[in-house]
Write a protein that binds this ligand. Structure first.
Ligand code: TRP
Length: 476
């Protein structure tokens, strides 16, 4: 039966697909920015602790649910709930909604990265990076590139697990690693790059505020694609003999590794081009689409275009492989629960996502609102409930985590899922809700970052953006 839903061809293919899901704009742009602005090595220290105590148990629990049941999110929760607790299926539904909400704006950003890459060949950003970003971010250009991205993504997803997703990610992920590595090495040999390293690694323990701790938790969740059924779905296509513990840990390490390399790519580059003072505090979008292209322009036409071209190609690969995974979650549910064939499901879901994504491509408040609701509400609750479910209610998690290993670690991991992981999620969530995280606020991710709202509490921010989106906020 397992074969009917599809399987990964190889462990390598599975890991590339899952790392493709995890590694995205969250790693390449947001993590470096967070690291630089929230205390450097001090932030990294907190991030790593949360990775081990929260991210790792959460990803292993979520993957186990998929691997054991070989089912998409809704059915997986139903099946593993002892005593027929059918309502657990709603956790899967919520995860699917979360992935779909993220897709509503992530697909638009993926379009931007493609537009910047294409812009390398026709002087798009070369003449005026900031102006170019302003021109393509919202409006006709955004809608056009969104359409291209959605078409390619739904085509890949419609080709299936090994024939589509695995084939594509097995090529573009190694290419992405090569690109990031090359740019890290290039920057390393330029005079003046040292200030960039200082900016990201110099520890400032005074920056360890509740806000920054909540920012780190949110970053762990978003970066590892947790709480949205994505890792569950990908793990449901694993072969029985593959180990969740080994593969899950590999995915977590690769995700953090690429994020760190991205920081060592961006900040040293800004430093050696002399732009660190001007752009060091830029928001996520400013960093990727204004500061970096400005740095490339300063390198002159040959090196600038070459490095700029591969940088934006890398951003596109990272975003595209995440978009594939985001679309796969609702598609897998539609296939398994509504009995629709994959090609048709991809077309229907892709079409619906396109319509809502056009709203974010036109209106930045809706863009932000989708982000806020997904990240502040669905993802946090999704990770917490999934982890509690895996720890307390699902059978066979410890055994699954032990399989293929010599030592028994399963019971310790399940113990973490039961206690420390959900407690830390709750505490850090309240930190963010009550104190916010400064420029990007709460658990929010891809806001354009306006200083006016620095230090706004997360719950208040959610309210404000909602009122802005429905046109009820008094800007005076
Ligand atoms: N992890 C991706 C990044 O860092 C984005 C993402 C968030 C995602 N949630 C997801 C990708 C769910 C796939 C599925 O940019």
């Amino acid at each position: 039966m397992a074969g009917a839903r599809g399987n990964w061809n190889s462990s390598f293919g599975f890991v590339m697909a899952a790392v493709g899901s995890a590694v995205g704009l969250g790693n390449l742009v947001r993590f470096p920015k967070e690291l630089a602005n929230n205390g450097g090595a001090a932030f990294l220290f907190v991030y790593l602790i949360l990775l081990v105590l929260v991210g790792l148990p959460a990803i292993l629990g979520e993957m186990s649910l998929g691997k054991i049941t070989q089912m998409s999110p809704v059915n997986a929760f139903r099946k593993l709930a002892e005593g027929g607790g059918k309502s657990w299926g709603y956790v899967g539904v919520a995860g699917m909604i979360a992935a779909t909400l993220v897709m509503f704006y992530y697909a638009v950003m993926t379009g931007w990265t493609l537009n910047f890459f294409v812009g390398t060949f026709y002087d798009g950003w070369y003449d005026d990076p900031t102006g170019f970003h302003g021109k393509i971010a919202h409006g006709p250009w955004a809608i056009l590139f969104l359409a291209i991205v959605m078409t390619v993504t739904l085509y890949v997803v419609s080709r299936g697990v090994s024939g589509g997703i695995e084939k594509v990610t097995s090529i573009i992920m190694p290419a992405l690693f090569g690109i990031v590595f090359l740019m890290v090495i290039y920057a390393l040999f330029q005079p003046g790059m040292g200030a960039g390293y200082a900016r990201i690694f110099k520890p400032d323990f005074g920056a360890l505020t509740p806000q920054n701790i909540s920012a780190a938790t949110g970053q762990v969740f978003f970066s590892m694609s947790l709480g949205q059924g994505a890792m569950l779905t990908y793990a449901s296509y694993m072969e029985k003999k593959q180990s969740v513990a080994i593969n899950g840990t590999t995915i977590a390490l690769a995700d953090t590794g690429v994020a760190l390399l991205a920081a060592m790519m961006i900040f040293p580059t800004l430093a050696f081009t002399g732009l660190l003072t001007q752009y060091g505090d830029a928001g996520t979008f400013g960093m990727a689409f204004e500061a970096m292209p400005t740095a490339f322009v300063s390198m002159g036409p040959v090196a600038g275009r070459l490095l700029g071209g591969i940088f934006f190609l890398g951003l596109f690969f990272a975003a595209f492989s995440s978009a594939i995974s985001l679309l796969e979650v609702p598609v897998s549910v539609v296939v398994d629960n509504l009995g629709v064939v994959r090609q048709k499901a991809a077309l229907i879901v892709g079409g619906i996502v396109y319509i809502f994504a056009v709203v974010s491509a036109v209106n930045e408040y809706w863009f932000e609102l989708f982000d806020l609701i997904a990240v502040n509400v669905f993802i946090v609750v999704g990770v917490a409930v999934t982890t509690v479910f895996a720890g307390w209610f699902a059978k066979g998690i410890a055994k699954e985590l032990d399989s293929g290993l010599k030592s028994r670690i399963g019971i310790y991991l399940v113990w973490m899922m039961r206690t420390i992981t959900p407690v830390l999620i709750l505490v850090t969530f309240l930190f963010g809700g009550l104190w916010g995280t400064g420029i990007d606020g709460g658990y929010e991710f891809f806001s354009s970052g306006d200083a006016e709202h620095n230090g706004e509490a997360g719950f208040h921010q959610l309210y404000r953006i909602f009122m802005e989106a429905i046109g009820q906020w008094d800007h005076a």
